[in-house]
Design a protein. Structure first.
Length: 94
């Protein structure tokens, strides 16, 4: 059951996280202008990496917003990796 729940959550979470903290500029613009987000993520999907990082940072700083608090440490690590991959995938297709 938990495996099924995690599988479902990792497909829905990127949809919620996608565009969180968006600066209103394109990724190509960020890279072309050496924006701090592009530099932070070595020009590799700066917006997508930022969305995932900002969302998980917010949940870490404000535990009352952490929808994934019931996950074990191992599950949380695996979940964050999967969400990061999916968030980048959403932007690549959009």
């Amino acid at each position: 059951m938990l495996g099924t729940l995690l599988a479902h959550m990792h497909t829905r979470a990127p949809q919620v996280i996608h565009d969180f903290g968006h600066p209103g500029l394109t990724g190509d613009f960020l890279v072309a202008t050496s924006h701090p987000l592009a530099l932070r993520y070595n020009d590799r999907s700066p917006l997508e990496n930022h969305h995932a990082s900002a969302a998980f940072t917010l949940m870490a700083e404000r535990p009352e917003l952490d929808a994934f608090e019931g996950l074990s440490r191992e599950q949380r690590i695996a979940f964050r990796k999967q969400v990061g991959r999916c968030t980048c995938g959403l932007c690549a297709v959009a």
